[in-house]
Ligand binder design. Sequence first.
Ligand SMILES: N[C@@H](CCC(=O)N[C@@H](CS)C(=O)NCC(=O)O)C(=O)O
Length: 213
Amino acid sequence: MILHTVPGSPNGRKVEAVIFHLGLDVEIRHHDLFTGELRGSDYLAINPNAKAPTLVDGDFKLWESAAIMQYLADKAGENTLFPRNPRSRADITRWQSWQGLYFNAALGTLAFETIAKPRHNAGPPDTALVEQACATLSRFAPVLDAHMDGRKYLVDDQLTLADYSMAAFEPYVHLVPFNFAPYRHIHTYFGRMRQSEHWLRTGKPAASRSIAA
Ligand SMILES: N[C@@H](CCC(=O)N[C@@H](CS)C(=O)NCC(=O)O)C(=O)O
């Protein structure tokens, strides 16, 4: 199997963490987002969205990080990242969907508009998008914060795919123009994830990371 990703890509890191955690034999191929590599015909043939990550397993081409994570975990056999029981699986899928639609969608937009664009001379931040992202975070950060009160991990109090999805943009919490200070349970949780062995392995320091949300 081959994972196509971009170095430091938050969505790619989610999948890399699963590969490292489960010790899977997957070749990781890096592409350069900012030279337009993902828009080349070779890449579009495996992912017409021109986005990373993409997994290729023989003639099966799979995009969307949550789907890739679930596929890899299921192929690995019994494991605690994506257990077999239906409630745990639904709960994990719930948080993976939630982060992609709300929390990390907004945090990713903020990171892209206010950190990646200036860093790559890609124009000024779109203020309407920044305002919208802050409004979304104001609505949904309290939900995550309340859920993490008294919990170490999102589901069944053990590390699962849901945590690797949720942690994707943790390096940017201190860098984006949104006040996360009131959300101390999110801070504690992201601090725990930041130290987590396989997550650590996927990342480089935020300062040197190129991102694309
Ligand atoms: N929902 C997708 C999001 C993928 C995504 O936005 N990837 C970023 C890299 S972290 C990307 O390829 N951005 C390039 C672009 O949007 O043009 C997933 O979870 O895989």
